[in-house]
Design a binder for this molecule. Sequence first.
Ligand code: DX5
Ligand code: ZN
Length: 216
Amino acid sequence: MVKVAPSVLSANFAHLKEDIEKIEKGQADWLHYDVMDGHFVPNISFGYSILKDVSKVTNLFLDVHLMISEPQKYCDEFIKSGANLIVFHIEAMENKEETLQLISHIKEQNVQVGISIKPNTPVDAINDYLALLDVVLVMSVEPGFGGQSFKEIALDKIKDLASRRKDNNYNYLIEVDGGINETTGKQCKEAGVDVLVAGSYVFNSEDCSQRIASLK
Ligand code: DX5
Ligand code: ZN
């Protein structure tokens, strides 16, 4: 069954603990934590000090999506603050050597590692790393804001990643992020996705549990 990872970017930060309890009760599988630096993306969200507090009030798997420049500078702070998975953007990396170093650095700390690609970045841009990854995160909106509409280009990338995994015996999970609701979630499942991130669809509702169940 597909995993659901509600994005707390759409939670109410003034009662974050209660919102996290709601998604736990609703059988969320992961908690998706969107970090934005106002540089890699034109928006600012939250950093590692809030992650540390979040990690103390939940046992959910913490999926940290770094939408930041120079992720290698900050990833250790997120790991110390409880991240179970660090996902960085390929577009934030200078070259292959730097990317391989960051992957090993994260893995050495027994934390899972993923790479994300923006809507205009082809799967080929990460082909060299697929064998090393726990997760590939396909962006189905331009990163930076919740509440945007799903871009269909993500569906082809999900299918492509599923077939590359099958042909090469890779182990990564395929995760999709942006504009996920019942309809687009179903399309992604049909394409072969493993993890659905959903922010506004889950939190902009009186009944988070029903929304999570509808995605599953
Ligand atoms: C967008 C973030 C997403 C966002 C998704 O840059 O990476 O995780 O929270 O929000 P929705 O589900 O509302 O598109
Ligand atoms: Zn995200």
